[in-house]
Design a protein around this ligand. Structure first.
Ligand SMILES: Nc1ncnc2c1ncn2[C@@H]1O[C@H](COP(=O)(O)OP(=O)(O)OP(=O)(O)O)[C@@H](O)[C@H]1O
Ligand SMILES: [Mg+2]
Length: 443
């Protein structure tokens, strides 16, 4: 098949044998036929080819095969040219193609059809690239997200998706976005899979890495907090990798990012509503289902809404060692957000009751920040509980900036998790608390 193709591809179409059933068709007609067939038979390949140039060769070959086998003749065009045209039609992303070909571009931000920014080496730059109009940009957005079974339109005006190459795409369109369709592509996210790697790039110290690993071993409930892009999901993933191999982990996410190889894991992904406004499956639905799946550990990629209530309830009803992330500006803010989100689910529950539930549920908050130079660091680690006077508190035991050491562990924390666990926790945190025998004895 391949050698015949090679010979034929350079030749223009000639209806040499003039077989009756062979009819000439317009380029548009053939393009449409081939496009539909290939989208149906190879949706993943098309998707990959939209992101990677190399893959386009495979599409061109596939298109040629189809042209030959279906005898799709077009006058005055060689098979190769026709196939290239169809492949471009299938996989091209218009004005941003050149950005995707540029390995230095780590982020592409399209704020409506007239404004395209990129990030190169951590720096934001405006480009002179433009789209024709809103529809053109919307078409490109849908081309990108179609491959992962998503679509944006009036009924579903935003989408968040992870592409096969690991890039993350977010699109939001009018009327929600006032700039016109807005597209953000975060490319080549570097994968960190172990705590050692985070120590190596100074996200955290060795002491801290041991402390966090021990938190997971001791089945404490940990929430990672931080601003957008501060590396929360990465740290969550790294911590999840330290879970014991014998445990059954259920991972619940909006768009799947977390990977825990060599473990017993069930990955669940929420689903947005379809065009008729039906079929939505929320994180909350999945969490409720997960509780019936005999989980040893529940991991929720990010708490953004009502699921917070169910997570807190799960943490309080014997599901220890849960991990999640929350978008927040500080450990303190993280507690407020947890409370606010849980309240959204159960307005009838008095705030004070919710605060006590959170105090019992969450054990540790790891707060992370993205610094101006683009590096990510764990800036604070706090113990969570209920202080008799202050109520729900986040008590910092590590602060990167102040470098201050904790003087003593608050008694409410020892009461809450037990002396044995506190000792083990701080044994891991050598260099500061763990070595001090006297302090340990005073617990
Ligand atoms: N510790 C780290 N050191 C350096 N880069 C990191 C670190 N953690 C994450 N990154 C990079 O930062 C980007 C964002 O990471 P991640 O998705 O983990 O952040 P996030 O806080 O979960 O973001 P979001 O708010 O979008 O959920 C990725 O490109 C990732 O490679
Ligand atoms: Mg995240």
């Amino acid at each position: 098949m391949v050698s015949i193709l090679k010979r034929l591809e350079a030749e223009p179409y000639r209806l040499s044998n003039q077989r009756e059933e062979v009819r000439e068709r317009s380029v548009e007609d053939v393009t449409e036929t081939v496009r539909e067939k290939i989208l149906e038979s190879h949706p993943e390949l098309v998707m990959e080819a939209r992101m990677f140039r190399e893959k386009r060769k495979e599409i061109v070959a596939l298109v040629q095969e189809l042209i030959v086998s279906k005898e799709l003749y077009v006058p005055k065009l060689t098979r190769r040219d026709l196939a290239e045209r169809i492949a471009q039609e299938l996989c091209g992303l218009g004005p941003i193609d050149e950005l995707l070909d540029d390995p230095e571009v780590t982020e592409i931000m399209v704020n409506g059809p007239r404004e395209v920014f990129v990030e190169r080496q951590g720096l934001l730059q405006k480009t002179d690239i433009q789209f024709k109009d809103d529809d053109h940009l919307l078409d490109v957005i849908n081309r990108i997200v179609q491959g992962v079974g998503r679509r944006v339109d009036k009924s579903v005006p935003y989408v968040d998706a992870r592409l096969p190459d690991g890039s993350r795409v977010n699109a939001i369109i009018p009327p929600l976005s006032l700039n016109g369709p807005t597209l953000t592509i975060r490319r080549f996210p570097k994968k960190f899979s172990s705590l050692d790697e985070l120590v190596e790039n100074d996200t955290l110290s060795e002491d801290l890495a041991r402390l966090l690993k021990r938190c997971v071993e001791l089945r404490l409930d940990v929430v990672i907090s931080g601003g957008s892009g501060s590396g929360k999901t990465t740290t969550l993933n790294v911590l999840a990798n330290t879970v014991g191999a014998g445990e059954r982990i259920i991972v619940i996410e909006d768009s799947s990012e977390i990977r825990i190889p060599d473990h017993h894991v069930v990955y669940l992904e929420a689903r947005p509503q379809n065009m008729e406004g039906k079929g939505e499956v929320t994180i909350r639905d999945l969490l409720r289902n997960a509780l019936r799946m005999r989980p040893d550990r529940i991991i929720i990629g990010e708490c953004r809404g009502k699921e917070t209530f169910d997570l807190i309830s799960a943490m309080n009803t014997g599901h220890e060692g849960c991990l999640s992330t929350v978008h927040a500006n500080s450990s303190r803010d993280c507690l407020e957000r947890l409370c606010g989100m849980a309240l959204m689910a159960q307005e009838g529950v008095p705030v004070e009751v919710l605060r006590s539930w959170i105090a019992i549920a969450v054990d540790v908050i790891v707060h992370q920040v993205k610094k101006a130079d683009g590096t990510r660091v764990v800036s604070e680690v706090s113990l969570v509980g209920e202080d008799r006077e202050k109520g729900l508190v986040a008590f910092p035991i590590y602060s990167r900036d102040s470098g201050q050491d904790v003087e003593e562990i608050p008694p409410w924390f020892t009461e809450k998790v037990g002396r044995e666990r506190v000792v083990q926790l701080f044994e891991a945190f050598r260099g500061s608390w763990g070595c001090d025998k006297e302090r340990r004895e005073n617990l």
